[in-house]
Design a protein around this ligand. Sequence first.
Ligand SMILES: Nc1ncnc2c1ncn2[C@@H]1O[C@H](COP(=O)(O)OP(=O)(O)O)[C@@H](O)[C@H]1O
Ligand SMILES: [Mg+2]
Length: 472
Amino acid sequence: MTLLDSLSRTVPKHLATRKISLVSNFNNQSKAASSSSSNQLHHKQHSSNSYQLLSNSIQNNSKKFASSSLKTYFSKSSALIQTAADNDSNMNNNTSRFNHYSIGTVYEIADLPLSPITLKMIMSFGKTINQQTLVGASYWLKDELPKRLARQVKQLDTLPHGLNLMPSIRKVRELYLSSFNDVMMYNELLSKGRDEGLQFTRKLQDIYERHQSTIINVAKGVYELKTKMKESIFKNSPTFDFSEYSDLHASLDSFHINRIGMRTIIGQHLCLHEQAHQPRKGFIGLVQMETNPAHVAQQAIEHASDLCRMTYGTAPKVIIKGDTSIVFPYVPSYLYYILFELLKNSMRATVENHNHADLPPIVITISAANDVKLREHVCVKISDEGKGIPRRDLHKIWTHLYTTAANNVDMLNDDSYSELNGPFCGFGYGLPLSRLFAQYWGGDLQLMTMEGNGTDCYLYLHCLGETEEVIH
Ligand SMILES: Nc1ncnc2c1ncn2[C@@H]1O[C@H](COP(=O)(O)OP(=O)(O)O)[C@@H](O)[C@H]1O
Ligand SMILES: [Mg+2]
């Protein structure tokens, strides 16, 4: 299976036998949420407990390290790296056996400036794939990747409210540290001309796969914190509202958008390698030169409808309207992710709001400026006649782990779920992650809703390929 196939693989076979229950157990909570704000304040003051103090001390440590250049760092520690590389030339494990770098060094590298890419840049770079361009890509990655990996480690260490101490977050952090070690060692091999990029590329493949479950593991970590807060700080008070911790949700957004950036540069490199042997018509790495939103929507509709039927025994029709011929360069797997998430939400809202025999269709409208020369954005609107979202809950929908479906911890602990194989609903990160995927290339996602009437989601996609990737 090619990397592109695996990126667009979506319908999990195991779901054919899975029954997902949909009990809206958060409705009562949200009703009570507005009733006692003073009570909440009192509880929040108690959040300075021991794990909060430990969390602060980790965060303060991270601020101590000033930035320096990657080059300076390499000249200081090349002997150490060389020994490590010699010892570990046969590194096929999923995690590094040694941690060769002090956390101070990791933080120093995390503070170095990044080199953001644009779609245009990666398209012009990958236009002609040959040994030389591939080695060139390896050289760029060997400088860029350690900074991005180190930034993720630091980001995880500085997650607020004790989230940085949750067991699942620590696991994710260890994996990033392993990848950082791996890249730094291969970095040195490349610099010494001992690898023409092939070993490095294999290592990148390992790293890409190693971080496959990051989204779920981070969600588990958030769930661990949420449970801890709810039980030990708020004593299961119905006034507990996790969405109020806006700094925490903003930090998670930063972590996830940086992750998208990192997977884009690694994924692009791996795809180019693959396409050097097996060219894929119309593609430069992950980028499809003529991405057609109507075509991508069609695939998302098929898979979301299958899942909806497995979950509810029925699925609403989806109609595509507007300019179905629009094409522009984009990463179709990212567009697919967003549309798939939005469609699942609209299907659930429709099925739960109507008699199964009489489901109103969901309408997808695609549009852009009539004059092609004036086109900056393509807009895709997804409209449903579902139950809508109460105004009092609107601020929660972009926060992590907010869901009105049964948020079943067993689902989070089920290893058969992955980034691309989630349940129909219930993890509560479909909307925030979809918005980040849209924002990454300079687009956006907005939602308008009328309770009892339906919801419109507006997806704006930047179509000129000129905006720099959004990374923090
Ligand atoms: N189209 C929609 N109509 C009604 N409610 C919606 C719609 N989209 C999202 N929501 C609400 O937002 C919540 C969060 O959505 P999401 O982030 O996709 O997580 P999940 O689908 O796992 O619950 C949903 O549980 C639902 O209450
Ligand atoms: Mg969803």
